[in-house]
Design a protein around this ligand. Structure first.
Ligand SMILES: [Zn+2]
Length: 347
């Protein structure tokens, strides 16, 4: 085979795929924060909500004059980065649900107690070209470490940590780039965005892997994933609600933080293919985890499905690009607290 033929074939493959799934005009920047405990840290079961709560508290106190208000006026909301990052609701002009410009990936470890000197990492994903929020988030991580996180000790203090480094990470290509290294004062800007082309390339590789596994796809829910199924919380890993909520979330993110909502007709482009997917095995269980909500001033149930479900379909092509995007942006309730992280592989 000549070089020319190889290129032509490759080109055909790409155009065939894009006719099945639309171009999704979204980018995402994933940042990994590595911190070191300065005093003993004891987390509750779910570390994500503790980290998010400490960051949110600092941002509100420091930058938002209206953080105590029950309702803030729309002009303030439109201008205040803290309100946009955090809790206030502005009805999106483009329809759909309001989607925060970031998601949090909690430390992926069972360890809840950290002795002084021990390190752990967590991730923040910023959607679209929202890097303007980055300085606020870096300051918020630093402040969270100084204020402390997790369970209060006898002396009423929470465990403190120090921000050691920040890396830009592209989960699809594996590329990493240091943004802040120990001892450095300056944070370098991230330049490793996840793009739709990379998502398509990943989806194509995954499609081949799935084919060699009798068209089975394994989805592993790493953090509690809470999906709505016909008005109720889904307590088993049915495929349809997962697929539907991934697509709705990605469409909203395109509209609110990307370059516009792609023309997708769910009932034509998504639902028939999603309906045809069957559950082979469901090894998920409900994790009824509690987190603390500073905004509500009480414990909040953050439960959801964790574990692995195996699905099978005759054809996955129309669905895989969306599901790969879902791996990047997370799905379901409480993604800003670290819920809805999942991974895909041929099963
Ligand atoms: Zn505000």
């Amino acid at each position: 085979m000549t070089q020319g033929q190889t290129t032509a074939q490759h080109h055909d493959t790409v155009s065939a795929d894009t006719s099945i799934s639309p171009f999704i005009p979204l980018t995402a920047h994933h940042l990994r924060f590595t911190v070191m405990a300065e005093t003993e840290i004891r987390f509750y079961d779910f570390k994500g909500s503790a980290l998010r709560g400490a960051m949110a508290g600092y941002l509100k106190r420091t930058y938002c004059p209206e953080w105590r208000a029950e309702k803030t006026d729309p002009l303030h909301q439109a201008l205040c980065p803290v309100c946009q990052l955090l809790s206030y609701e502005l009805a999106p002009e483009s329809g759909g649900d309001i989607r925060r410009p970031f998601a949090l990936q909690p430390p992926m470890t069972e360890q809840n107690d950290f002795a002084p000197g021990e390190s752990f990492s967590f991730g923040l994903t910023l959607f679209g070209n929202q890097l303007a929020y980055l300085p606020y988030l870096v300051l918020a991580v630093r402040a969270a470490g100084e204020d402390g996180v997790g369970v209060r000790k006898v002396n009423r203090q929470r465990g403190r940590f120090r921000l050691e480094r920040i890396d830009a990470v592209n989960p699809l290509t594996g590329a990493t780039q240091a943004m802040l290294t120990p001892g450095a004062a300056m944070v370098q800007t991230a330049t490793l965005p996840v793009t739709h082309d990379q998502v398509l390339a990943t989806a194509n590789r995954l499609a081949q892997q799935v084919q060699t596994h009798d068209n089975r796809l394994a989805v592993t829910f790493l953090t509690p994933t809470r999906l709505i199924q016909t008005g109720h919380t889904a307590k088993t890993a049915a495929f349809f609600p997962l697929m539907k909520q991934v697509v709705l979330r990605v469409l909203d993110l395109c509209a609110q933080h990307g370059e516009g909502r792609p023309a997708v007709v769910l009932k034509r482009d998504i639902y028939p293919a999603a309906d045809a997917v069957e559950v082979v095995t469901d090894n998920t269980h409900w994790w009824d985890v509690a987190g603390y909500s500073g905004r509500l001033g009480r414990e909040q149930r953050l439960g959801g499905l964790v574990g692995t479900a195996l699905y099978r379909a005759e054809t996955w092509e129309a669905l895989l690009p969306w599901l790969v995007w879902g791996e990047i942006v997370q799905v379901g309730k409480n993604v800003v607290k670290g819920c809805g992280v999942y991974r895909l592989q041929g099963g």
